[in-house]
Design a protein around this ligand. Structure first.
Ligand code: PGA
Length: 250
């Protein structure tokens, strides 16, 4: 089965609402590629103006995080109900920065993933090893564990529709992109792990992105790999370069 590529920007804590509108206006004419699902995951406060600005284009707007409860006394958190009401279809879950600075764990990632599915939002589930783990040769073991916990109690049908982002932590925002072979090796191992948890059809359907210093020059080779179905793009999604990444095959 041919999987459609999905290329997502992750703006992180960048762009005020008015800057968001300006950037989307710039990107709109640059991201026309019918082979790719194009998504921008933006700060919560930017979601509504970004949706408005993206109207009539192929850009979808996603969220960068979500809480695992629907409402209540959780000051500062964003509920799945709020995302659904705003028209959000995708949410990044468990980005390594959330894990490092905001104490997210594999267990909270799993709760958020389940909640997102419950509300019909597709999670982009992040995983990735540190440099030490890579040097110790435990990358695949570590990522298999992250994946197994993230997918606890997730059904095969839900898993088939999910997106996983493999982001080696040492490659995020460092300009040090993983080699094509390294990225493909881990994405393939992730797909095999999904195959073990579920079945071949689910492994075949799930989309796996690579993330970590993706640029217009590294994108074509990365996205041509058999197990890499697109990218999660940080820094380069804040500029017109994102258009060249989306049009990597043109
Ligand atoms: P980067 O970020 O492209 O700036 O390395 C990727 C990410 O953290 O999603």
């Amino acid at each position: 089965m041919a999987r459609k590529k999905i290329i997502a920007g992750n703006w992180k804590m960048n762009m005020t609402p008015s800057q968001a509108v300006e950037l989307i206006d710039t990107l709109k004419p640059l991201v026309g590629n019918e082979d790719v699902d194009v998504l921008l995951c933006v700060p919560a406060i930017d979601i509504i103006p970004a949706m408005e600005a993206a109207k009539g284009s192929n850009i979808m707007i996603g969220a960068e995080n979500m809480y695992f409860e629907e409402k209540g006394a959780f000051t500062g958190e964003i509920s799945p109900l709020m995302l659904v009401d705003a028209g959000v279809k995708y949410v990044i879950i468990g980005h390594s920065e959330r894990r490092e600075y905001f104490a997210e764990t594999d267990e909270t990632v799993n709760k958020k993933v389940l909640k997102a599915f419950e509300h019909g939002i597709t999670p982009i589930i992040c995983c990735g090893e540190t440099l030490t783990q890579r040097e110790q040769g435990v990358t695949i073991d570590f990522i298999r564990q992250q994946i197994k916990i993230a997918f606890l109690n997730v059904t095969a049908a839900q898993a088939a529709s999910a997106v996983i982002a493999y982001e080696p932590i040492w490659a995020i925002g460092t300009g040090k992109v993983a080699t094509t072979e390294q990225a493909q090796e881990v994405c393939k191992a992730i797909r095999e792990c999904i195959g073990e948890i579920y079945d071949e059809a689910t492994a075949d359907a799930i989309r796996i992105q690579y993330g970590g210093s993706v640029s217009a020059s590294s994108a074509p080779e990365l996205f041509a790999q058999p197990d890499i179905d697109g990218g999660l793009v940080g820094g380069a999604s804040l500029k017109a370069d994102f258009g060249r990444i989306v049009c990597y095959n043109k």
